[in-house]
Design a protein around this ligand. Structure first.
Ligand code: PLP
Length: 425
């Protein structure tokens, strides 16, 4: 039922009174970053004392306590080859951060060049990178600081808008790559369709050295019974002869410990050989003790998925409570807010009325509910519609989530009413 202006003014007054009460006694709630809760971290505590000396060295084999084995211990390569669905010789197992591996690939292509020094992107006047948005702010920041011009690409319900991508890459040799989070994307929860994977692998790029940065950070982070699965981009690209463009990444940051996990990179043999050489100037070898600890604890993909079910048990009530609360407050037809109900991953994305997101986040900060900056999921933090907010609810309790979402509903309604009244003037 449509509200009259007078009804809107009265409702706004009511909401402001509640808001002022919250302001006097602010919350202390942080939904800024996607970090596992303490109960999730506890799931991996048995891993800490799982190793015996015999696991690390035997007379005739490599001693994992020592230097060396740069590309990862064989059993860890085998483990990640199952996760990424590629062969073990297409895997490098690194340290604790997949972001660092991504940065190594991009920075090395920028300043060293892959085929020879002259192929370094830094030698070109302008280089650009495609950024499906909303996307991951750390991806965008890394490419911005490395000197790329960022081009936003609209994110659809099946992945990046491929019509837009294909036209751009076919006509501009300065476009060197695209960021992709193919499974339960950060922050929209979108999983790429087979068609999108196929088009990314097949598309003609004017840049011969184009890269697909395939960050499969949430590959096994299912929340529901139905597990979303992405078509294998490396295999697909092999069928088009474009495998050199594909760089896959994942890590155990949100499987075991973000501060002490293991990351992996997957690519064709030629890319693996190049990046191995690049890495050999950075380290004599990653933490193989931690690699061994992880493989002994997680074993294989089957056990990994069982372990992830324990995470899902802890996380699902949090995500369910968010969609229930928004559903009850705004109903199906609301023009004030759309929210995602992801089947996996770590985030809920909110689409507000145009022009409202930054004020909502500001109002929430003033009553002690900290969210990621509005529109941070866009390149340069610039979203002309100013309608994007990301919630990272994993690290707080269901009770805290309920309090935060009630505060969010209040601020969304306040700002939306202000906006509506303003546009009726
Ligand atoms: C899409 C995505 N990639 C990478 C990371 C961080 O990965 P890592 O801890 O392996 O560096 C995150 C963390 O939130 C993420 O959301």
């Amino acid at each position: 039922m449509r509200q009259t202006n007078e009804e809107k003014i009265n409702r706004l007054e009511e909401l402001k009174e509640t808001y002022d009460r919250f302001k006097e006694k602010p919350f202390q709630l942080n939904l800024k970053r996607g970090v596992p809760g303490k109960d999730q971290l506890a799931l991996s505590e048995p891993m800490l004392n799982i190793l015996t000396p015999e696991d690390l060295y035997q007379e005739t084999e490599a001693d994992f306590r020592n230097y060396g084995v740069l590309t990862g211990i064989p059993e860890a390569k085998q483990f990640f080859s199952e996760v990424l669905e590629i062969t073990a010789d297409e895997v490098i197992v690194g340290g604790n951060s997949s972001l660092q591996l991504m940065y190594t690939v991009l920075a090395s292509k920028m300043f060293l060049g892959q085929s020879d020094k002259n192929s370094a992107w830094a030698k070109e006047k302008v280089v650009k990178f495609l950024c499906p948005s909303p996307g991951y702010d750390r991806h965008f920041n890394a490419t911005e600081k490395l000197g790329f011009e960022l081009i936003p690409i609209e994110m659809t319900s099946t992945g990046p808008d491929m019509d837009q991508v294909e036209i751009l890459v076919a006509n501009d040799a300065s476009i060197k790559g695209i960021w992709c989070i193919p499974t339960y994307s950060n922050p929209t929860g979108v999983t790429y369709s087979n068609e999108v994977v196929d088009r990314l692998a097949k598309m003609k790029t004017l840049a011969q050295d184009f890269v697909i940065m395939w960050d499969n950070a949430y590959v096994v982070h299912h929340l529901k019974e139905k597990k979303e699965h992405v078509q294998n981009v490396l295999e697909t690209s092999k069928s088009y002869g474009t495998e050199k463009r594909v760089w896959m990444f994942c890590s155990t940051s949100k499987i075991t410990f973000p501060g002490a996990g293991v990351a992996a990179l997957g690519a064709c043999k030629e890319n693996i050989d190049w990046v191995t050489e690049v890495l050999s100037d950075q380290t004599i070898g990653f933490d193989k003790v931690n690699q061994k600890r992880h493989v002994k604890f997680l074993k294989d993909k089957k056990h990994l998925l069982q372990h992830m079910e324990k995470h899902a048990e802890l996380l699902k009530p949090k995500f369910d409570s968010i969609s229930n609360l928004f559903g009850n407050y705004f109903g199906e037809e609301s023009t004030m807010l759309e929210w995602t109900e992801p089947n996996g991953g770590y985030f809920v994305h909110l689409t507000t009325m145009d022009g409202c997101a930054d004020r909502i986040v500001e109002l929430l900060a003033d009553i002690g509910v900290s969210l990621t900056e509005a529109n941070a999921s866009y390149p340069y933090g610039v979203n002309p519609r100013n309608n994007s907010i990301r919630l990272a609810p994993t690290s707080i309790s269901v009770e805290e989530i309920e309090a935060a979402v009630k505060a969010i509903c209040l601020c969304v309604e306040m700002v939306s009413l202000e906006k509506e009244l303003d546009s009726n003037k």
